[in-house]
Write a protein that binds this ligand. Structure first.
Ligand code: BGC
Length: 732
């Protein structure tokens, strides 16, 4: 029998109000499972309360809708708000973007300056799950202190299109690397008793016409690539929510895609959390609800609200089972219980900017990739230098960050004001951490001049007078627009002019992802610093001067030209607004896998990254124990400095049959003193040895010979070790 409102209120709220011990089978009892607690609360909810929980508001003013304002209880300037149910003690959902930190828009009444991590791609480049977890814990901590209990972080789409303007927010090319690193970041975020979201499910691989783009891909290939990345991240991070994407996948919008949401995510993987839509990604009531969408986010972005009243009508008409509404709400409540949203309510508290910046700087130092270091140009030695010139990239003021919904606003605003675009997806923000100031601090006896780089001839003259020239090359990329692989504003010509004139030339890249480097062989050193975050200036100075030994490795391929490695044209709909198809013909051969399959030489391969020391890796020993297959190697530091090595394990199927010659099968990162050696054991996920059989719904390891090598990159591999495996099938 249904409880009355009053009875339910008394039953559920009394223990909290009176401070009494919970009664048996009371949702307040933390000893009960999240499932049980969710079921108890659900049973006390009215239909109206349930319907209100599956549709959200935007929590900022919306461009073009001057009369629509966020609800008073929302955190103004943020991405989303879903009211709670006070009579039952259900807290609201306060949702903030996202990947690099608390990303809210300053308004006339409120601002939340936050500490930005380096781009997600930079964190991935550390190949260090500890870095990803610490970064997640830091931004989750700030979210909590700003009163947010849902962080829309956890972007993991694979880099299928190097021109995608959001690659900086995402996980790179490899499903294992992306899955483990983003999973660790999510776990770190959720360690703050808040929910994190993994997104955008799935194949949100370009910005151009993403609302009308139908991503076509072979379902098995999808399981082995982008879906595998999501699957691993979900297993490792257990995010409370999954955000479905804007685009269409194999004919159905991602947020009404039954094969992806209902069948794979929920039925096959047993995902217990909730699916929220991206902001403006819902196109239907019945199809979405029945396909597995659990919550319509910020309905004002959709053509009309599709949940709420239309969902009630669809249930009344028998088009959506009432049990589906219960399932939606149960999933949301369960994730809230599992992550402590009831037991540890968020409370506004001050941010420790210095401590959080140190976390960010550590990630930047471990994720920067030394691409080239001819003539041992780096590290810069103060004792051997009298004059350095730093050129361009606003290095006197700060470091670049990426634009769009993930934009973190630093205290005091951008270090460079007024750069276009000042409106969406801008403003362009330089975080106030000056590489120039930090270099001067690090090398007090050296004269360090600065030129803005707008005059290449003047830059060349200054470079000729200096012992070394450092060019900071930047490319701003952002959500909602794709990018070119060519550095803007004639920076290639600037680099060429400086390289010709300088006795030593160094390029520091602050880019969202890959750019072409026609000058790569003409400069002495290249440091890929990505968007290096709130401590980026200090991180870059410490890397260049050797206070920190570079240890990042590329999570993407850096190509020699902008067509290499892709089998499809790039662009948008021939008719604006019309649905159009992008054939992801590379299937599971994303990034380096296509380069390897087609025998294309990249400029710098996946996995590449130099150090100021040298490492040697022993050929792997492959063994099986109760937990499965693993590889053991010995890593030695054969150089003269302490440094961190990343031993990368690649596997080939001898005789072919895979999407590509080799796959990353695992890695181990170890910090070693000069002369030191350490054994490392790398567990091998059996899915990396298998292909997916969609008809049988299983992973299949074909019988035969498998070849393992340890390498310093995907193109720098040690001796092979073969094993023979029997035919094996296992579930999803
Ligand atoms: C983005 C999401 C983001 C949402 C809310 C959308 O434009 O695609 O990643 O979380 O906005 O700001």
């Amino acid at each position: 029998m249904a409880m009355t409102r009053l009875a339910a209120a008394l039953a559920l709220a009394a223990p909290l109000l009176l401070g009494a011990a919970p009664r048996a089978d009371d949702w307040h009892d933390p000893a009960l499972s999240p499932d049980r607690r969710a079921a108890l609360v659900l049973a006390a909810m009215t239909r109206e309360e349930k319907l209100a929980m599956v549709i959200g508001d935007f929590a900022s003013d919306q461009v073009g809708k001057p009369d629509a304002h966020p609800p008073a209880a929302a955190r103004e300037g943020s991405a989303g708000y879903v009211p709670g149910v006070p009579r039952l003690g259900i807290p609201p959902l306060w949702e903030a973007d996202a990947a690099m930190g608390v990303a809210t828009q300053p308004t006339a009444r409120t601002s939340r300056p936050a500490v930005a991590l380096p781009s997600t791609l930079a964190t991935i480049a550390s190949w260090d799950e500890g870095v990803a977890r610490a970064g997640g814990a830091m931004i989750g901590g700030e979210a909590r202190r700003y009163g947010f209990n849902v962080l829309l972080a956890g972007g993991i789409n694979l880099t299928r299109e190097p021109r995608n303007g959001r690659n900086f927010e995402y996980g790179g090319e490899d499903p294992l690397l992306a899955g483990r690193m983003v999973g660790a970041q999510i776990a770190g975020i959720q360690s703050n008793h808040i929910v994190s979201t993994v997104k955008h499910y799935v194949l949100n691989a370009q910005q151009t016409d993403q609302f009308t783009l139908d991503a076509r891909i072979d379902p098995a290939a999808l399981r082995q690539s982008d879906l595998l990345a999501f699957q691993i991240a979900i297993e490792r991070g257990r995010p409370g929510a999954v955000m479905c994407a804007y685009n269409i996948v194999n004919g159905a919008y991602a947020c009404e895609n039954a094969p992806l949401l209902r069948d794979v995510l929920k039925a096959r993987w047993g995902y217990p959390g909730w699916v929220m839509s991206d902001w403006g990604a819902v196109h239907s009531t019945v199809a979405s609800a029945n396909a597995g969408l659990d919550q319509e986010s910020a309905a004002t972005f959709d053509a009309q609200p599709y949940f709420g009243a239309p969902l009630a009508a669809a249930i009344d008409a028998g088009q959506v089972p009432a049990a589906r509404l219960d399932d939606m709400v149960r999933r949301i409540l369960r994730a809230m219980f599992a992550n402590g949203l009831f037991d540890h309510p968020v409370a506004i508290a001050p941010i420790d900017t210095a401590a959080d910046t140190a976390v960010s700087q550590d990630a930047a130092e471990r994720g920067a990739v030394l691409l080239r270091n001819a003539r041992a140009t780096l590290p810069l030695r103060a004792a051997a230098l009298r004059r350095i010139v730093v050129i361009g990239g606003h290095a006197d003021a700060g470091v670049l960050s990426g634009g769009g919904s993930s934009q973190v606003h630093p205290r005091g605003g951008s270090a460079v004001k007024g750069l276009a675009p000042t409106g969406w997806p801008g403003p362009v923000i330089y975080l106030p951490s000056s590489p120039l100031a930090e270099l001067r601090r690090a090398m007090p006896g050296v004269t360090i001049d600065y030129l803005d780089g707008r005059d290449p001839a003047a830059a060349a003259r200054a470079a000729a007078r200096a012992d070394a020239a450092i060019v900071f090359a930047t490319q701003w990329t952002a959500e909602s627009q794709d990018t070119s692989l060519t550095l803007p504003d004639a920076q290639n010509a600037l680099i060429d002019a400086v390289a010709r004139a300088a006795p030593r030339s160094v390029v520091v890249l602050e880019t969202g992802g890959a750019v072409l480097m026609p000058w790569a062989e003409r400069v002495d050193a290249i440091l890929q610093a990505w968007y290096p975050g709130a401590g980026g200036g200090a991180a870059i100075a410490r890397l260049l001067t050797g206070a920190v030994n570079p240890s990042g490795h590329l999570p993407i391929t850096l190509p020699r030209d902008d067509r290499a490695g892709r089998c499809r044209p790039f662009g948008g709909a021939p008719t604006p607004g019309a649905r159009f198809t992008v054939d992801y013909c590379e299937g599971a051969a994303v990034g380096y896998k296509a380069f390897d399959r087609d025998g294309i030489a990249p400029l710098y391969p996946f996995g590449h990254g130099l150090s100021y020391t040298r490492f040697a890796f022993a050929a792997p020993r492959i063994a099986r124990d109760a937990r499965g297959l693993h590889a053991t190697t010995v890593i030695r530091n054969t150089g003269a400095r302490t440094g961190a090595a990343v031993a990368q394990l690649y596997v080939e199927r001898v005789g072919g049959g895979w999407e590509a010659p080799r796959r990353l099968a695992g890695w181990a990162r170890r910090t070693l003193a000069p002369g030191a050696r350490q054994a490392a054991t790398i567990a091998i996920d059996p899915r990396l040895l298998a292909t997916f059989d969609t008809a049988g719904g299983q992973w299949v390891i074909a019988p035969g010979r498998y070849r393992f090598r340890i390498g310093a990159s995907s193109r720098d591999l040690g001796p092979p070790v073969d094993i023979v495996l029997p035919a094996t099938r296992f579930g999803a």
